[in-house]
Design a protein around this ligand. Sequence first.
Ligand code: HEC
Length: 125
Amino acid sequence: MTRSRTSLLRSTLLLSALGALASVAYAADAPGQPQSAISGEKVYERWCAPCHAPGPGHPGTQSLQVKYGGKTPAVLLERTDLSPEAVSVFVRQGLLMMAPFRKTEITDAELAALSAFVARNYKGR
Ligand code: HEC
């Protein structure tokens, strides 16, 4: 094996080790805890904010800006028309470039906390 391939292999191994560490750290406060201990906000920050946070560079926000033309807030957390049930359906089924989230990524308990958090301004229909 050449020197550069070896170092490529090394950095790949290092990266996967870091990834494993990160998931262990994340999992550490998840299992065995009652549902109420799960922070919907943390689930949102981890999985949704990269695409749905305010400002440019967030494809979810940009896409919803185009979709609603400003009639409905493009920023997910500013919406008042999304019920927890609707949020859960979008998360599990996905939409356009937003891939569906599996239960290995967001558990049912995390989804319940997440949907309640995202829909916290929901006024009912
Ligand atoms: C890879 C980027 C991406 C991620 C990550 C993402 N979304 Fe999305 N999401 C989008 C895009 C793009 C749309 C808009 C599709 C469209 O224009 O109809 C969308 C649409 C939605 C909608 C539908 C809103 C509507 O009125 O049509 C909801 C609800 C939603 N996302 C919630 C979430 C939640 C909750 C998470 C975190 C679990 C999440 N999204 C993660 C990109 C993303």
